[in-house]
Design a protein around this ligand. Structure first.
Ligand code: 13P
Length: 340
């Protein structure tokens, strides 16, 4: 059988900045945090900039954002902003997505090295070679991929709309789903559609284990488990509900349980506590830690946000031909996902 990707995601851009756990990050005095937040708010007004934050960002960043959401929500927000500049607090592919749909605006990211193991696991040249060999295959790419990979795709999806997008795929063509093997498996289970899967994985979600989750469940037998579809199948099988990060917010607001186990990156707990106050949220455990952080997402800090707004740098720039081609499958995704 043909190999569709490197067997393990490349973490080449993560370097030494990777922190296993929120608690190991240096603390700063609360008054400094407050001052930095005020300065960010003032400066973003002066620059006519909008701050978009993914659900995995730290609490202090979520609190200065104009919009906090999942990849799908952020894509919509990016598409409809009227600000001169978009400061994207997420990872590189998310900021690239904002640039693809907003070519005339300045798109900024606090740290250009905030990458993604999924995006790193699929190189455009490898996909191009695959496409040459399989010209009739319909390529569905998870939004966690580079602009160059998007430009080679037929349609993009997020975890929030992947099932709908695959259900809309032409029935007479074989499908390649990339780059997340786990999300792809889950979509196959939900749609009954057979797909070829790229062998990428999210380094954050792939390390949740069924053993550690079973142990936690035993301590909280009444707590429902909500998990991200990027988790491995053995973990997904233990979940009561599987959904995107925004789906988790909805689930946690609506579920009557007062304690809920949340198996995804722990930054989301801040959003959940704000949106469903009074409930207890327990982060999903890994083999070695009681919670789990994405080192890339956590490269964004308030200090970097402020510096980015001061210098209007680092800026996301894209080759116009790639941007134009990448816009087509993204636009297709936005149109399909807006359908009832
Ligand atoms: P969503 O926010 O769309 O669920 O995706 C999060 C993500 O990128 C996980 O790696």
């Amino acid at each position: 059988m043909e190999t569709l990707a490197p067997p393990v995601p490349s973490l080449k851009r993560l370097g030494s900045a990777f922190a296993d756990c929120l608690e190991v990050r240096p603390a700063r005095p609360p008054e400094t945090t407050g001052r930095l937040q005020r300065e960010v708010l003032e400066l973003k007004k002066k620059r006519n900039a909008i701050v978009l934050a993914h659900n995995y960002q730290t609490a202090e960043i979520q609190d200065v954002a104009d919009f906090v959401g999942d990849s799908l929500g952020l894509s919509y927000q990016a598409a409809k902003t009227s600000a001169d500049a978009i400061l994207f607090c997420g990872v590189h592919f998310m900021a690239e997505t904002a640039k693809i749909v907003n070519p005339s605006r300045t798109v900024l990211i606090p740290d250009l090295n905030a990458g993604c193991s999924l995006a790193d696991s699929c190189e455009a040249e490898d996909l191009e070679a695959y496409r040459k060999k399989h010209p009739d295959t319909y390529v569905v790419s998870y939004i966690n991929c580079t602009a160059a990979v998007k430009a080679l795709s037929d349609v993009i999806c997020t975890s929030g709309n992947a099932v709908k997008i695959v259900n809309h795929a032409p029935k007479d063509r074989s499908i390649l789903f990339l780059p997340d093997e786990n999300l792809g498996q889950w979509v196959m289970e939900k749609t009954g559609r057979k797909m070829e899967l790229w062998r990428g994985a999210c380094h954050t979600h792939a390390i949740f284990t069924s053993e550690s989750l079973q142990r936690l469940r035993a301590k909280h037998p009444d707590a429902p488990v909500v998990a991200h579809p990027e988790c491995v199948r053995a973990v997904r099988l233990l979940a009561d509900h599987i959904c995107s990060t925004e789906g988790m917010v909805k689930f946690c607001r609506e579920n009557p349980a007062d304690t809920i186990i949340v198996v995804t990156e722990s930054g989301i707990l801040h959003r959940l506590r704000r949106e469903a106050p009074g409930k207890t949220f327990i982060p999903g455990p890994t083999k070695t830690c009681s919670c789990n952080d994405c080192g890339f997402m956590k490269m964004n800090t308030l200090e970097k946000l402020l510096e980015t707004l001061e210098t209007m740098n680092p800026e996301i720039t894209l080759d116009e031909e790639i941007r134009r081609r990448a816009f087509i499958p993204l636009q297709r995704m936005l149109e399909i996902s807006a359908q009832p």
